[in-house]
Design a protein around this ligand. Structure first.
Ligand code: CTP
Ligand code: CA
Length: 233
């Protein structure tokens, strides 16, 4: 649909969206990274701007994507940088969406010079430390009435299926909404289409059919608008 065919139901709202994958440096030329394309977060930013929101996109590393029209874009690299910018921007936001793939761990230290091979044929051990949970921190610090949305890419395992893990994650994080993607077998990462569920802290569970990432973005904004209505804001 043409942008002007979309509802302007996010007018007057300031939204902050994180997208892409962080990179955690090992030395000046190497990093630990992940396969996030950034496309879902960019689609959220684009659709929000089309629906009238004032959008700040905090973008970590992505495939080659143009800055979404109508959004202010801040580019970052590490989880620490993403955390700092998202926290500052969120202080005055009505809605925060954490679509970024944040590294759970980073190298304990960053070598000042390029790590060289030694002559003895050995290999170094990389020590990792935990990165802080940005989403959980946002929930703790949020101003009254702010809606916080998280993402989760889950596979089922012996401990439970995708929804079981997702429900537990929503509780643990304390977010209002969790967008759940079922991953594995080529789903979600580096593909155009996403499917999954939207879980609400109020217990609602809405399946999201397989569709374009713009479709999923529209479903997320619909849910945010619905939530703000029930909260009377
Ligand atoms: N997230 C975050 N800070 C982190 C890790 C994740 O803010 N250090 C956010 C992601 O942006 C996403 C949500 O938390 O919105 C869920 O990320 P996910 O990796 O699925 O959750 P984790 O708590 O890291 O759990 P897991 O052990 O399953 O990776
Ligand atoms: Ca994680």
């Amino acid at each position: 649909a043409a942008p002007d065919a979309l509802p302007r139901d996010l007018e007057g709202l300031r939204v902050v969206i994180s997208a892409g994958g962080t990179r955690e440096p090992l030395d000046p030329v190497r990093y630990l990274g992940n396969r996030s394309s950034g496309k879902q977060g960019y689609a959220l930013a684009r659709v929000a701007a089309q629906r009238g929101a004032e959008v700040t996109l905090v973008a970590a590393h992505t495939v080659d994507l143009p800055d979404p029209a109508g959004a202010a874009v801040v580019h970052v690299s590490t989880a620490d940088q993403l955390s700092e910018v998202v926290r500052a921007e969120s202080a005055t936001a009505d809605v925060v969406v954490m679509a970024a793939a944040v590294a759970d761990f980073r190298p304990a230290s960053r070598a000042e010079h390029k790590i060289k091979k030694s002559d003895d044929g050995g290999a170094p051990t990389v020590e990792l430390v935990r990165n802080p949970d940005i989403l959980a921190g946002l929930v703790q610090a949020r101003p009254p009435g702010q809606v916080v949305v998280g993402f989760a890419a889950e596979t089922g395992d012996a401990g439970g299926d995708v929804l079981h893990h997702a429900r537990a994650k929503l509780k643990r994080k304390g977010a209002d909404l969790l967008v759940v993607n079922a991953v594995g077998e080529g789903k979600a990462f580096e593909v155009e289409d996403n499917s999954g569920w939207l879980l609400g802290a109020d217990g609602t569970e809405v399946p999201i059919p397989l569709g374009a990432k713009a479709q999923l973005a529209a479903a997320v904004w619909d849910a945010v608008v619905g939530l703000r209505k029930t909260q009377g804001v």
